[in-house]
Design a protein around this ligand. Structure first.
Ligand code: ZN
Ligand code: ZN
Ligand code: FE
Length: 759
């Protein structure tokens, strides 16, 4: 019998051909296996039918841990058997099938880590040690198929030793495209801030020592540069904050081990599993009572973003020092993508860092670290990037057309919807200028190329002025694609429905800002969504509140508080007392009061984020938003140990949840009651009010599911409080598991809202 088998999925770069070779030989089969230009794998088998069946069983049951099989297409061939043995063939360029993809970057495996530490191993202390089970993939590939010459390893011809391992079917590095050793592979080197080489036999360990002593070092990794420094010394941290213009934004850190991590943070069993998994994300951990790292690492927050080393280089940084952790933050100039090229880094960072730890391997594609927060036992993505992109989200049904979605404006990603798979790009970030627009466009095109997709339509946000809207229009014109726009909160709700495969939902969609279908500023919405086709309706929302000065009110939350409280006696005095928190002091307060008095031409918003910001300002927790979400995040941190002392009953007027009275209650009690309790009470009020609105609409419309989405759904207090209320009303409660609740999940929502309905 002769059969041809095409395997679709994540089957290149995961040791798949060696695996096929082994099971073919074990089953006495002849023929060949080869990678294809469409990221799939093709197998030709000759042999007895029963043996071929056994092969197919092994294929499904014994596949390598990192492989994902989405589809196996088997075709019987006519003709006589012609192969004398089973061989791994050179890759073909054939690309008729779509939907396969290469794996994400994978953290160093235990076997490689053991060899890294073994003085008798040829790769002892070699920073770029990898095998078929680990190493960079997504960031190293220039084009398909996944062969060495199509990766940035093409500059490093294998030495005899590596070649021999590469060619040995019984070796872990059999056909490992990233195989390298100190003799033939990439080299790490240390330079001054000006790029002058520093001769040192152990540049990586030396860099670790410099970090420990208080230097700032730019370190090149798999997907880009990190800026690293000590976690315990205030001086370099202050300097780093100053040069990076990051006054308050938390820095992610890398701990040497789990044990070291536990000296300053609480780590649950679930968090441990996540931290040590091959995706090695940054996990937001609660600071412990013994927390001793500098307050400048994550100022004003109860938690801290921590990850474990994920490359040989990272492990070696800790070798000659005793530090529990180093700051390890993405090196990106303000409003720019993460840096990946040596020249670019030298140019942009030489004023920021003291040293560079370079290596001479190019990075083909940038990719930031992923960030995850556990809500009890459920992981919630804050950012889905390294270790995850481009692994697809599998859907229950197939889209009618292939769609490219470009997301919104902040925390952006792109998404390709192809059949029943949604491929989401790495984190692109805020898309507001030419550099980030280019990054988004390149990320989208790379995804199209990797998945061998033929997009037929492009979808973006409803906002007429977003950079992504312009890009969508350009791409539509250029490629003759259809263009669609999906309202921001509709897209959030659609994402939740598709992820959980539900037909109807009452979505609680809470975030900072989204352009409403009426052109107004939305952000605290109850949306009824149905599928087949996707249809959405806004059925309730938070009270509209004034945004004095528009964007200024987003930056200075006291302005939102002023707008909400202005009817209250004494608010003028209160604002004047706080005048130092306004950049222009008393003059600014007077203008604000005049604007409120006149009351015309003030933009209003239903944003839940702005309400949380206002409470943070009323409580004196945060007066300026220096990074996205800062006031609300600090409010949550303040509330984490609080109790619901106010026990407020939600005030509803028709379809509107009142927020003014709650904020006035808090304002009245700031002197008498602990801030933690007031902050917590505010969270409970909002969760309760939104949940009650949603439950009522669910019962009225006979909908069995309520979902919580939007950036505010990253807030654990809100998410847990809402779950409790919804579930005790006997209604199913859903949150995101596969994509971020915030705008990193927006492109996915846009894609599914379009792909399953418009055609
Ligand atoms: Zn390995
Ligand atoms: Zn070698
Ligand atoms: Fe949003």
């Amino acid at each position: 019998m002769r059969v041809k088998i095409n395997v679709v999925g994540i089957v290149q770069g995961v040791g798949f051909r060696p695996f096929i070779y082994r099971i073919a030989v074990e089953n006495w089969l002849k023929g060949y296996v080869r990678n294809r230009g469409d990221a799939g794998v093709e197998v030709l088998l000759e042999g007895e039918e029963s043996r071929i069946n056994r092969f197919l069983k092994d294929l499904k049951e014994k596949k390598p841990p990192l492989a994902q099989i989405h589809d196996i297409i088997t075709k019987e061939l006519a003709g006589k058997n012609e192969y004398k043995k089973f061989t791994i063939y050179k890759s073909s360029q054939e690309t008729e099938l779509s939907g396969s993809v290469i794996p994400p970057d994978i953290a160093i495996c235990n076997d490689c880590l053991r060899e890294l530490r073994d003085p008798n191993d040829p790769r002892y202390n070699y920073f770029f040690i990898t095998c078929t089970n680990c190493g960079p993939r997504f960031t190293i590939i220039e084009r398909l198929p996944y062969d060495r010459e199509n990766t940035t390893m093409h500059e490093f011809p294998m030495c005899g030793f590596c070649q021999q391992e590469y060619a040995d079917p019984l070796n872990r590095r059999f056909h490992a495209q990233t195989v390298a050793c100190p003799k033939c592979g990439p080299k790490a080197y240390l330079t001054t801030a000006k790029g002058k080489a520093i001769e040192h036999e152990g540049p990586i360990r030396e860099a670790g020592k410099l970090l420990s002593e208080g230097s700032i070092v730019a370190i090149k990794g798999y997907g880009g540069f990190h800026v690293a420094t000590s976690t315990t010394k205030d001086k370099p941290l202050t300097r780093l904050r100053k040069v990076k213009h990051r006054r308050q934004k938390p820095f992610a850190i890398m701990a040497r081990s789990l044990k070291a991590m536990k000296t300053f943070a609480y780590v649950s069993k679930n968090e441990e599993t996540l931290l040590t998994s091959y995706t090695r994300p940054i996990v937001l951990l609660d600071k412990s009572s013994e927390y001793y790292l500098s307050d400048l690492v994550a100022p004003g927050l109860h938690n801290i973003g921590v990850m474990l080393p994920y490359t040989g280089l990272h492990y070696m940084l800790f070798d000659n020092v005793s530090d529990a952790a180093f700051v390890m933050t993405s090196a990106n100039p303000p409003n720019q993508p993460i840096l990946k090229d040596n020249d670019e880094a030298l140019q942009k960072l030489s004023g920021t860092v003291d040293y560079f730890l370079f290596h001479n391997r190019q990075i083909a594609h940038r990719c930031d670290d992923s960030v995850i927060r556990m809500h009890n036992s459920h992981p919630t993505f804050i950012r889905r990037s390294r270790g995850y992109a481009p692994t697809p989200i599998m859907l229950k049904e197939k889209a009618k057309k292939c769609i490219l979605a470009l997301g919104g404006e902040q925390n952006n990603t792109a998404c390709i919807l192809l059949g029943n798979k949604a491929f989401i790009s790495q984190h692109v970030g805020d898309v507001e200028n030419i550099e980030t627009k280019d990054f988004l466009e390149n990320a989208a095109k790379h995804l199209i190329q990797l998945t061998h997709s033929k997009a037929e339509a492009v979808v973006c946000d409803l906002h007429p002025k977003f950079t992504t809207t312009t890009l969508a229009q350009e791409l539509a014109e250029e490629n003759d694609w259809q263009l669609f726009q999906v309202q921001h909160h509709y897209a959030h709700a659609a994402a939740l429905m598709a992820e959980h495969n539900v037909e109807e939902i009452v979505g609680v969609c809470c975030d900072g800002y989204g352009y409403g279908v009426d052109g107004e500023a939305w952000g605290g919405e109850i949306i009824v969504g149905t599928r087949k086709p996707y249809e959405f309706k806004r059925v309730a929302h938070l009270e509209k509140q004034p945004l004095i000065g528009g964007d200024l009110a987003t930056r200075y939350p006291l302005r939102v508080a002023a707008g909400i409280l202005h009817k209250k006696a004494g608010v003028a005095d209160w604002l004047l007392q706080n005048k130092r928190h306004f950049p222009h002091g008393e003059k600014e307060v007077q203008i604000i009061l005049q604007q409120l008095e006149k009351g015309n031409n003030i933009i209003k918003t239903t944003s839940c984020g702005r309400v949380l910001d206002a409470i943070a300002a009323v409580l004196g927790i945060c007066y300026e938003r220096t990074y996205e979400g800062e006031p609300a995040m600090k409010l949550e941190s303040a509330a984490i140990k609080g109790k619901d002392v106010l026990k407020l009953k939600p005030v509803m007027k028709g379809d509107v949840l009142n927020t003014s009275e709650m904020i006035m209650e808090i304002f009245k009690n700031t002197q008498e009651l602990p801030w933690a309790d007031l902050a917590y009470s505010a969270h409970v009020y909002l969760a309760k009010g939104l949940a009650e609105l949603a439950i009522e609409r669910a019962l009225k419309n006979k909908i069995k599911t309520i979902g919580f989405t939007g950036g505010v759904a990253c807030n654990q207090i809100m998410a847990l409080a809402m779950r409790k209320i919804v579930e005790s009303a006997g209604v199913r409660f859903l949150v995101h598991r596969a994509v971020p609740p915030g705008d990193g999940g927006l492109s996915f929502g846009q894609a599914v809202a379009c792909g399953f309905s418009q055609f």
